[in-house]
Design a protein around this ligand. Structure first.
Ligand SMILES: [Zn+2]
Length: 269
């Protein structure tokens, strides 16, 4: 069908109309319904090379947090989740999340969060805690620019901090959609169990690795629910509305950008 439409020159026109329709639909939704924003960060670091675009410089991060603090109500992620579960999303709230469990979350991000009194939730890849080498996707990054994983002691320090909540992000950060049911179950259950043993707290939030719609399935969601998580976050680039899915809460990924660009991302989200 796609190649036939391309052949007769209609494909691009239909795609254009569809994109415009989606754009206006989002605009209308934002006007009518209350919405929240959940942001994803990975690293706060100044690096020379960043092939996966995971790092936000400390300077940019500080400006972004200051801007959010002055213009929005920054809440812990669990408050957004609770409001979503109750169908009571209030307008203007923003939640901050960090994925993967890099050591600079503690050493570079936390001092800035503390300065502005801003809460955050950190989703940890549990199998990487304390490993001397970095995460597997860092192999193509120059050695000096690779981020270190959190150690057990660093993770405990974060978990004990009043501004920080910890969530699970599997054991090995696989694409869950490519695993069989048993393997997925292991990744989900074991990451919750190990985290709870380390931080001595109940772990109730889960983040799908990668988080795009092709990185988890309805079976993954079912397994996350069965493991007693109360919600799971994705990386679907959208605001959170009352009709958003509790087990695929959308989040907006933030890359290294100056304040003007950041404001645009927030305004057009
Ligand atoms: Zn991740």
């Amino acid at each position: 069908m796609k190649s036939f439409l391309k052949k007769i020159g209609l494909y691009d026109a239909i795609k254009f109309c569809h994109n415009r329709y989606k754009y206006f639909l989002q605009k209308i939704l934002k006007l009518i319904f209350n919405s929240n924003i959940v942001l994803i960060y990975h690293r706060v670091a100044d690096v020379g090379s960043d092939p996966h675009k995971l790092c936000v410089s400390p300077k940019n991060f500080k400006e972004q947090i200051k801007y959010l603090k002055e213009n929005f109500n920054i809440v812990p992620l669990y408050e957004v989740i609770q409001d979503l579960a109750d169908g009571q999303i209030k307008s203007g709230s923003v939640a901050i999340t960090f994925d993967d469990g890099y050591a600079d979350t503690l050493h570079a991000a936390l001092p800035i969060l503390e300065k502005f009194g801003v809460p955050a939730t950190i989703f940890v890849t549990v199998g990487s805690i304390g490993l001397p080498e970095s995460f597997y996707w860092e192999k193509g990054t120059e050695i000096k620019d690779r981020g270190r994983c959190l150690t057990k002691e660093e993770l405990i320090k974060l978990a004990e901090h009043p501004l920080i909540d910890i969530g699970a992000h599997t054991m090995t950060h696989p694409n869950m959609a490519k695993l069989d049911k048993k393997k997925q179950e292991e990744e989900i259950m074991l990451s919750k169990k190990r985290l709870e043993e380390i931080v001595n707290k109940n772990i109730s939030l889960f983040a799908y690795p990668f988080g795009s719609k092709d990185s988890f399935t309805s079976e993954t969601t079912r397994l996350v629910k069965n493991a007693d998580f109360i919600s799971a976050v994705s990386s679907k680039k959208e605001k959170v509305f009352n009709f958003s899915k509790l087990f695929a809460v959308p989040r907006i990924n933030i890359r290294n950008c100056d304040l003007e660009e950041f404001k645009k991302i927030i305004e057009t989200a």
